[in-house]
Every structure is written in C-alpha cells, then in structure tokens.
Design a protein around this ligand. Sequence first.
Ligand SMILES: *Cc1c(COP(=O)(O)O)cnc(C)c1O
Length: 492
Amino acid sequence: MINYVSTRGSINTKTAAQAVIQGIAEDKGLYVPVNLPVLPFRLEELPGKTYQEIALKVISAFFTDYTEEEMKACVNGAYDNKFEEKEIAPLVQGGDAYFLELYHGKTAAFKDMALSILPYLLTTAMKKEKEEKRICILTATSGDTGKAALEGFADVPGTEIIVFYPNQGVSQVQERQMVTQEGENTHVFAINGNFDDAQTGVKRIFNDAVFAEELGKMNCKLSSANSINIGRLVPQVAYYVHSYAKMMEKGSLQAGEKMNIVVPTGNFGNILAAYYAKQMGIPVGKLICASNENKVLTDFINTGIYDIRRDFYLTNSPSMDILISSNLERLLYHLSGGNAAEVKALMESLDTEKVYEVSGKIKDGLKDFYAGFATVEETNRAIGAMYEKNGYLMDTHTAVAYKVYKDYVAETGDHTPAIIASTASAYKFADSVARSIGLEEEKDGFAYVKALHEKTGVRIPAGLKALESKPIRHTGVLDLEQMKESVKASLA
Ligand SMILES: *Cc1c(COP(=O)(O)O)cnc(C)c1O
C-alpha cells in the first residue's frame, strides 16, 4: 500500500485517489508517495512488453488503491488508437542519440502521455471516493498542457475545465489549438502576464479557502491538471521504463547496463518522472536537465542556489519559458530524506526572498543530475545540423535537449547510450523549425506548416491539419486580477 503525503508536512496522509482528486495539498505542498515502489518487472522480462502492459504495472505500483480492473480500464481507455503510432512512444535513432518520441497523441506534445489517462484516473477516483461535486480543473499552461488537458477532459461527465495561457507567450499553432477547442465544459482565457503569473494565479485560487467554500455552494470542487497533480506525474514514469525495454530490444543495452536520460525541462515534471524510474530500479546514469535561456535550473543544479531574481525571456521553446519549476519541490523533498520542514522553509524563502540555497545533503543528491542550457541561436543551429546530417527533424524543445547532450558528451567524454525525451512535433513550432532548416520566410504559422511538410515529407499530426479552418470558440483576454471571477463565471 502506497500512501501520499504533502511535501510541506501537513499530517494527513492520502490514498492516491484522494490525492488525484485534490491536486494540491491544503498546506500548498505537493503530494509525494511516502516511499517509491520497486520496479514491478525484472529487467530481463521487459523486451517485447507493450506500452499498455508496462503502463498498467508501473502506474498500479504507485496507485495501489485502484483495483487491477479499474487500472486496466484507465490504461486501455487512454492508450489506444488516438495515438498515431502503435508503439505509443516509439524510440527512434537520430545521429548519435535515441529520441523517445512522446508526441504522437492528439495534441502533438508529450503532455498527451499523461493527460490522456488523467481524466480516467480522476473519474475513477471520484467513484471510489463517492465524490458528488463537479470537479473543476484549473490549469495554467505554457502552451501544451492547456490543449492536452482540454482534449482529455472535453465533455467528460462531472468535470469542467478552465485553461489560462499567457497572451503572446505561446506559438500561433498552440494558441489556435486552444481557442478552437470544442466541448460544453471547456473554458479558455488568455491572460496578460507570463506563465509564472498564470501558475501563481492558479495556485492562489487553489489556496483560497473562502473561494473554495463559495464554489462548494455551486457544487464545484477545484482540482489540477498541471504536473502538480500526482496523477499527471506517475503515468510519465511508464514511458521511461518502456524506453529501457526498447533499448534492450534494439540490442543497444543488456539488462543492467545504464542509459543516460536527457530531458528538455520546464516545470520539472518530465525529468522527475525519469528520476522516479531510476529510483524504482531502471539503470540510469545521469539525468541531464536541459533549459533554454530561462536557465534557473541550470544554475540551481550547478550551485545549489535557486534564484529567480533575473530577467524572463520569451524564447522559441515557449513550453520551457518558466522560472518557477513546481515539481522541483518534490525532488527537494526526496533528496532531503523527507524533511518537510526544510522544504517548507525553502519554498517560503522563494516566495518572499525570490531565492533559496539548499543544504549539503540536497546538494549531494543533485550529483545524479547534469544541467546545461541552449540559446535560441544554438537551438536553431542544432535543428539545422541534425536535419542536414541525419534527416531527423527535431522541434525546438527537443533541440534544446540535444544541444545540451552534445555539451555533456564534449565535457565528460561519457558515451553511455542516451535517450532524449522528444517532447513535441516539429509542426507545433513550424516557424522556427522551418527557418532553421533553411526555408524561406512565410506569412504565418500555418504557411510554415505547409512549407515544412513540402520540404521534409514528415507526416503532419492529424490534430494540426484542420486547425486553420476550425471556428474560434474562445476569445477572452483577462488581467491577472480577473482570474478568480472568470472561474466563477465559467462555472455558473
Ligand atoms: C511541457 C513541455 C516541456 C517541459 O516539461 P516539464 O515537465 O514541464 O519539465 C518541454 N517540452 C514541451 C514541448 C512541453 O510541452
């Protein structure tokens, strides 16, 4: 039996189902498993297993309160033919690395890997807990979570979904995906601020007890589809286990040999899932954390000081334009040996002083990680060079990771086989990608999609094809102080 506690130490332990419903803990902390489960497979038996078989066992190992039948229904409902690749998350060689392609779901970004199962995990949890209220999902997005959450929750009975994205802070394709979203229970707003403002605004609403009571009277209970929800994080562990199976199938690894994992990182959810896979028993060497010019995490991993007193940059990898990486709080909790008082003090320091420095014990734990960053120029160069040499097309986020991986190899000489989390289809960021491989300037994002397709022949994800002609359904633009009332109005 695995229970969940808050990283900030409130004494209530929860079952997984309760933690999934609640999203964020009462004391503002994030739910973490009290202890991490061991890998539910021997390494030797991994090759040949399907994605669904691996996901079922891995997620069940964390969510011990779900019955096998319940979890099977969740996994089979999520990972079906709405993914455009039968393997769900294929591992593809490009040059000297393996790309774990996580973007073959409906919205063409890796967020689909978790957000196609979260609605199942959540509605199952509501049944288990006899929750009668409507669950209202509040989501801040740097571009990809929003659309994936909207797709996942659209017209799911008993739920409403509200998404806030930074006005001018997402790509044209990303924005169009969100504002054309169908479904009676979907609500989308641009906010005048950046992603951190949106995320902070959402967290503030979660922590407003008076507002929660008001919503309660409207038969609503708030929850989260951001990676602060443990139901987002756990399903992501499955694809790292699956990638090890694929490496063994390809003969690139024997059972027990290590692989390195490179992750383009924003909110620290994806790389934390890789850390969990390692803790469970997948042989992983370095966890390589790649940032864009918003390189708070690079500096943190290299110095132990997390300092957000710096300029914020809008880059061409917008899903990583983040200064406050929420899931780092979970890593701090684990590395401190479960010292919630220490984590609470660090998070309060971040809130008030905008900076903190971790203890020696946490710094020691950070040695599992390597961190680096790529500028916009370096990102574009990486895309161009990879395409020219190997004919492999990377999106901007994946290219950030690849550039940092090259730096890592140059610096350390470590040639351990590496997998790079490939987090989005190149078509979501078609303008930057097209320009990086030498194509001419076009009039808008959609023209770039066409040009990129003509040049490369890479399949356009189905969800992006019809986008240009879809009617726009959501047009609201809000100031930060209007977020709360917009929630109430959406739920009325
Ligand atoms: C969300 C996202 C990331 C960052 O993932 P985190 O789990 O927030 O670190 C990277 N790339 C893309 C394309 C994304 O959508």
